[in-house]
Design a protein around this ligand. Structure first.
Ligand code: S3P
Length: 172
């Protein structure tokens, strides 16, 4: 049985598109933790933050993490930027940290044709100074949680997926 691959990293670093590219290349299915939370709670992430607060959102992340550990195999898991803090992150699968520099991430997201929508749906990206502090606070922790680290700046998802497949020794 193949292990799950868990993609972690800051908001906007490309975890979702890398997961889809990996799924395409390996034949594995991909699931996204924020999508799982939204269907479980029947609410958008933004609304969970607004109505119940970040604490409730983090509880839902832990619920999803327990379910993933118990029930999901041979799957690519893309996560929200704070998901890596769940206590069982390393029990879910091989953890891949997608690393981008803060300024590069912001530049990329701001230049996207859907920039407004992409920023609006992320409660923790509303204030750039606060987002930078969050990034700096998390940087070391992402690296500690990771089995492998992949740099994403200036690269497309095809290139990033190829590196992950090679480093993890995945065969189709
Ligand atoms: C968060 C990142 C978001 C989402 C939520 C909180 C975070 O996901 O889970 O808004 O704490 O960094 P993305 O990383 O997909 O933006």
């Amino acid at each position: 049985m193949k292990e799950n691959i868990v993609l972690i990293g800051f908001m906007g670093v490309g975890k979702g598109r890398t997961a889809r590219e990996l799924a395409d290349r390996t034949g594995m299915f991909a699931v996204d933790c924020d999508d799982l939370i939204e269907s479980y709670a029947n609410m958008k992430v933004k609304d969970i933050f607004e109505q119940f607060g970040e604490k409730r959102f983090r509880e839902l992340e832990r619920d999803v993490a327990l379910w993933l550990e118990k029930s999901v195999y041979n799957t690519i898991v893309s996560t929200g930027g704070g998901f890596f803090k769940v206590p069982n992150i390393n029990q879910i699968g091989k953890v891949v940290y997608l690393h981008g520099e803060f300024d590069a991430i912001i530049k990329e997201i701001s230049g996207h044709p859907n920039a407004k929508k992409k920023i609006k749906k992320r409660p923790l990206l509303q204030n750039i100074e606060q987002a930078k502090t969050l990034y700096n606070d998390r940087l070391k922790l992402y690296k500690q949680a990771a089995d492998i680290i992949v740099n994403v700046d200036g690269r497309d998802e095809q290139d990033i997926a190829k590196e992950i497949i090679k480093k993890l020794g995945i065969r189709k």
